[in-house]
Design a protein around this ligand. Structure first.
Ligand code: ZN
Length: 214
């Protein structure tokens, strides 16, 4: 039986999600919405509804807490994501991972391409795959093209942790989860992460668990 959600027009689906006014429920692995290419945004939501939806996504991202949230992760199949990272990390982590603050922004119809060939491998997790983290080698630098929430063009190069965040969230809009790109031998529970793999880089984990770093 098809889910009622699949037949509900997008504006009504979003209105229904926003009824409670609190953080939106996060969809987890196994829901087809996480595996479908989201529809490009083309005015399916009126500006006022889009603004309220974006605000609810930001609230949900903060509550999680997370540093990015793509619309499919709250069950809405539109190419819209929000990102924001205050980067409250120790200096050695900031230096090793390039985890610098990323101000709040809305990405509409984003796409990215690699700048150069350098790759960076670090542990990351996803609230749609709760309880686990794994190392993903990603482009160290990417050029991101998108629109903002007002329809203005964004064309910007990201590096360090912000590059990882925009790749992770843009991938969600194409139905790709970080596990699809991960070193599966690095897979670690949140407990193992807290107890063993808090180092700024995954070098020690790579030796102990037997996976390659770029
Ligand atoms: Zn994710």
């Amino acid at each position: 039986m098809a889910s009622p959600r699949a037949r509900t027009p997008l504006p009504e689906q979003v209105e229904e999600l926003l009824t409670d006014g609190g953080p939106l429920p996060i969809v987890v692995g196994g829901d087809p919405v996480l595996r479908c290419a989201a529809e490009p945004f083309d005015g399916q939501l009126e500006p006022e509804l889009l603004a309220r939806f974006v605000q609810a996504m930001r609230l949900t991202m903060h509550a999680a807490p997370g540093v990015g949230l793509a619309a499919p992760r709250v069950g809405v199949g539109l190419r819209i994501a929000v990102v924001e990272d205050p980067a409250p990390v120790p200096e050695e982590v900031r230096v090793a991972r390039g985890r610098v603050p990323l101000p709040f922004r809305v990405l509409v119809n984003p796409s990215y391409e690699a700048v150069g060939t350098a790759r960076a491998a670090f542990y990351e997790g996803c609230l749609s795959v709760p309880g686990w983290q794994a190392v993903v080698a990603r482009h160290a630098e990417v050029r991101l093209r998108a629109l903002d929430e007002h329809g203005r063009a964004v064309d910007e190069v990201f590096s360090g942790w912000p590059a990882r965040i925009v790749q992770h969230e843009t991938d969600h809009l194409g139905g790709t989860l970080y596990l699809d790109r991960a070193e599966l031998r690095s897979l670690s529970s949140n407990d193992a992460m807290a107890n063993r793999w808090t180092q700024p880089t995954p070098a020690e984990a790579a030796r102990a668990l037997g996976f390659e770093l770029p």
